[in-house]
Design a protein around this ligand. Sequence first.
Ligand SMILES: Cc1ncc(COP(=O)(O)O)c(C=O)c1O
Length: 358
Amino acid sequence: MARVHNFNAGPAALPLEVLEEAQKELIDFKGSGMSIMENSHRGKEYDAVHLEAVENVRKILKLSDDYSVLFVQGGASLQFAMVPMNLLGPGQTADYIDSGAWANKALKEAKLIGKVNVAANTGKEIPTRVPRLDELSLTPGAAYVHLTSNETIAGSQWKTFPRTEAPLVADMSSDIMSRPFDASQFGLIYAGAQKNLGPSGVALVVIRKDLAARVPATVPTMLKYGTYIEENSLYNTPPTFSIYILALVTRWILKIGPETLYRRNVEKAAKIYSILDAGQFYRGTAIKECRSDMNITFRLPSEALEEQFVKEASKQGMKGLKGHRSVGGIRASIYNAFPVEGVDALVAFMKEFEAKNN
Ligand SMILES: Cc1ncc(COP(=O)(O)O)c(C=O)c1O
């Protein structure tokens, strides 16, 4: 069996242990004589999986009873719409912090629903960065403040979150559960699962329950957070297989320990950043203070060299290093499940490539 070093930005590498467990249980899930995919979403087998997924999330994020854990389809992109549909009432303003392509998509969607104030805009700056806390111009009495904790394309990441009067809403798609943070600081957190949590097909939503009550009466049932809270995300058939894998991934996170994973993530990123900092050949695209531990973005002296870099790395079993099509360059996505050995392989390759081509 040949597993490559998978630097994809999402869907992304899953822990091998999780894949092996899923493989073991695929045909006959816990003696039920069928796979989890074939089990009823109202049966006792799936019920246990669903419960474990919710409980694992609660434990990892240290959530109080004020919060509900929801599983919603439509990816993080549907959350761009559901957040304002549920939380941005008529006459209210939502503050959006534009730090890059994903934050910008979220704010564009919110503009379709209601009034938006752009509280800061670093979205088009190069080198890329997230705004400083003192740059935010927040609206008194705002419905909420929205930020993107990690810009997957730009490679920038909030290191400290603002303390806001209005509920803080965060798209944590590309760094959820990669580092400790105080969840009680947030009104709502959402994340597409396919980077740090599991396969695509499900988005995790963590919501402070009182916020769900704000929803206007005209919002359809499947787009209301309240429906998911009341029905434990089982109003309709949920993406059972995706939630099953999410349960296994979060079990794996708990087994290693979120703090250990965090330290490992910082060390992994530091190894690659140390190469970027050591010379002039590789140029990081985000400013140092806010560069991401998940998506490491950099340029080489020419696009031709970047193409060659991606090609040669691929031949050596390192896949998915091409930067996002909108920005080019190189991007190494090294989420929780990405192994240290893969980082070491990339670092060795980078040194060798520089020595040959500098
Ligand atoms: C930060 C961020 N937000 C949102 C999305 C969109 O997620 P989805 O494809 O689940 O809609 C992505 C996808 O890469 C992302 O990185």
